[in-house]
Write a protein that binds this ligand. Structure first.
Ligand code: XIL
Length: 318
């Protein structure tokens, strides 16, 4: 895929989310991965809960090992993620924010986290989600009132962005969100947040549109709506990454393949869209687990049991 894309857009990156385990230990999987992708996003390894289990304590081993693999295979790395409500260690979630003095102390701890992590990875990340899923769940348009919000107020994305820039001025910064793939209030809010962050001294290059399609019947991403979306962000001077696209197969593998291909090709044909990432590669290592934590095997990715699916073929043609 990456080689096909590079013929027309040498800078365009096609990536996938991955964990260290399968990439380092399953040779067939590694071959599938490297044979098709030019970039990776650590699926979990760079989330705060994994990087800093206790305040002031950092566990970089897994993320570093993943970076070593990426570099040995010449894959660009997209960092994921700094401020993310869902993936914080408890020390971070529980930082006090009741009084002015508490907020000051907690601010120092949070900035220290940003600086330590971004300095550690400096020079090795092409891009980074500085804020992930800022808005209230279920299509909300207000900022989640997480610890970043409680300590820094509604300008926290600008605070984080400036701290990231100080530690690594070259990493391309993104705000990543789900449910903002097509025009609507949630997308308006994301566009506004990115612009406002920059108006307050932030360094946001663009937005990540996650592109999870959980139900093709209700939340398929139509080409026209995505085209309009990309034009909107382009007009606002922002870049777009399709950052976590995956598509359920409940409507059949042909419809699923068409959706994968449509999202990739619409992105690829828009100069504002700089990369496309799929969230998972092979059903054997997918992130879909049911309520009992059992792996769901029916959810198709671009490979199934090591073999390319119709989705991958359609993406190659697209
Ligand atoms: C998911 C991972 O894929 C899972 O392995 C983990 O258990 C939970 O998080 N949006 C995001 C990603 O931004 O960080 C999430 O990743 C998927 C949804």
């Amino acid at each position: 895929l990456q080689a096909l894309a590079a013929r027309t857009r040498p800078e365009f990156l096609i990536g996938a989310a991955v964990a260290l385990g399968p990439l380092a230990s399953d040779l067939d999987y590694a071959r599938e991965f490297v044979g098709n992708f030019g970039a990776l996003t650590p699926e979990n390894a760079m989330k705060p809960q994994f990087l800093s289990p206790r305040q002031g304590v950092y566990t970089f081993e897994e993320a570093d090992a993943l970076l070593d693999v990426a570099e040995s295979k010449q894959l660009a790395v997209h960092g994921h993620t700094i401020a993310f409500s869902e993936a914080m260690p408890s020390w971070m979630q529980e930082l006090p924010s009741g009084s002015e003095a508490e907020r000051e102390e907690s601010a120092e701890a949070l900035i220290d986290y940003v600086t330590t992590v971004v300095t550690h990875f400096r020079g090795r990340l092409a891009s980074l989600d500085v804020v992930n899923e800022p808005f209230d769940v279920d299509q909300g348009t207000g900022l989640q009132q997480n610890i970043w919000y409680r300590v820094f107020g509604p300008d926290y994305p600008a605070v984080v962005s400036r701290a990231v820039h100080e530690a690594d001025p070259d990493v391309a910064q993104f705000i990543n969100e789900n449910g903002a793939d097509v025009p609507g209030p949630r997308q308006d809010a994301l566009l506004e947040l990115a612009l406002e962050t920059n108006a307050r001294g932030g360094h946001i290059e663009g937005v990540g549109l996650q592109g999870h399609v959980y139900d093709l019947g209700t939340d398929a991403i139509p080409v026209e709506a995505l085209t309009e979306t990309l034009t909107r962000f382009d007009d606002a001077g922002l870049r777009v990454r399709i950052s976590e696209n995956d598509v359920t197969d409940e409507e059949g593998t042909r419809v699923q393949a068409e959706q994968y291909a449509a999202v990739l090709s619409t992105c690829f044909r828009s100069p504002a869209c700089v990369s496309y990432t799929t969230w998972g590669v092979d059903n054997r290592y997918n992130w879909w687990v049911d309520d009992d934590g059992e792996l769901q095997q029916g959810h198709d990715f671009v490979f199934e049991d090591g073999k390319p699916t119709p989705a991958l073929e359609a993406m190659r043609r697209a």
